[in-house]
Design a protein around this ligand. Structure first.
Ligand SMILES: Cc1cc2nc3c(=O)[nH]c(=O)nc-3n(C[C@H](O)[C@H](O)[C@H](O)COP(=O)(O)O)c2cc1C
Length: 205
């Protein structure tokens, strides 16, 4: 079983990475494989709504988004980490998630996920809500922890002092491992993901 740890910060070894590392530690203790996925610090285009992905299954912009979707196909669970910017997740991560879920949603569907946030001071709950919405319209079980999945800090050294935040990350990793095992056991015993109905009314029809 493998969990993809997506780092939506422009800093590969920053505060978000420190939070993800603590989730990773718990997952490794439970013998769950992990892979880190850094979205980088180059500009990322937002979705242009061209609909081409409906024909090809890939985004027309062949960048980090298509790589993420390819990685996602072989993963069983996801942690999406982001710094808080003006009380929302990084715009770059949101652009990546919008495009990845629109073009490659099938690679994420029915797989458990969680958001983790890092902030100097405030804005994590609103940011977590934004990321979680991607999971909740993609039939993905949202993994919880023992408190909000947040760390405080402006530097990794500050995050290291946030003992409760790090404990929450650790417990999140343990909860993810538990849920992954439950799902795997379910599959072994014939409990498979449901077939979801799809009706689009666009409110007017
Ligand atoms: C443009 C920008 C906006 C920010 N807005 C907030 C904010 O609203 N609330 C907050 O507590 N910290 C804010 N911060 C601080 C970062 O969220 C914080 O330093 C975070 O831990 C950085 O994570 P990283 O090292 O993984 O990039 C902001 C930082 C930047 C660069």
């Amino acid at each position: 079983m493998k969990v993809l740890l997506v780092n939506g910060s422009p800093h590969e070894a920053g505060c978000t990475a420190a939070a993800l590392a603590e989730v990773e530690r718990a997952l490794h203790e439970e013998n769950i494989q992990t892979e880190r996925f850094f979205i980088g610090n180059k500009p990322v285009a937002d979705c242009i709504g061209c609909g081409k992905c409906r024909e090809t299954g890939r985004c027309v912009f062949d960048d980090v988004v298509n790589r993420l979707c390819e990685e996602a196909a072989s993963c069983d669970g996801f942690i999406f980490g982001s710094p808080v910017y003006y009380a929302h997740p990084s715009a770059r991560l949101l652009a990546v998630m919008d495009r990845a879920f629109y073009s490659g949603g099938k690679n994420f569907m029915f797989k458990p996920a969680a958001a983790v946030l890092s902030a100097r001071r405030a804005g994590q709950p609103a940011s977590m809500d934004v990321i979680n919405k991607h999971f909740s319209i993609c039939s993905m079980p949202i993994v919880s922890s023992t408190y909000w999945n947040h760390v405080f800090g402006n530097t990794p050294a500050e995050v290291a002092q946030d003992k409760e935040g790090l404990m929450t990350m650790y417990n999140l990793g343990k909860n993810m491992a538990w849920l992954l095992r439950c799902i795997a056991l379910g599959k072994e015993n014939g409990v498979n993901a449901p077939h979801n109905e799809k009706v689009k009314t666009n409110f007017a029809r």
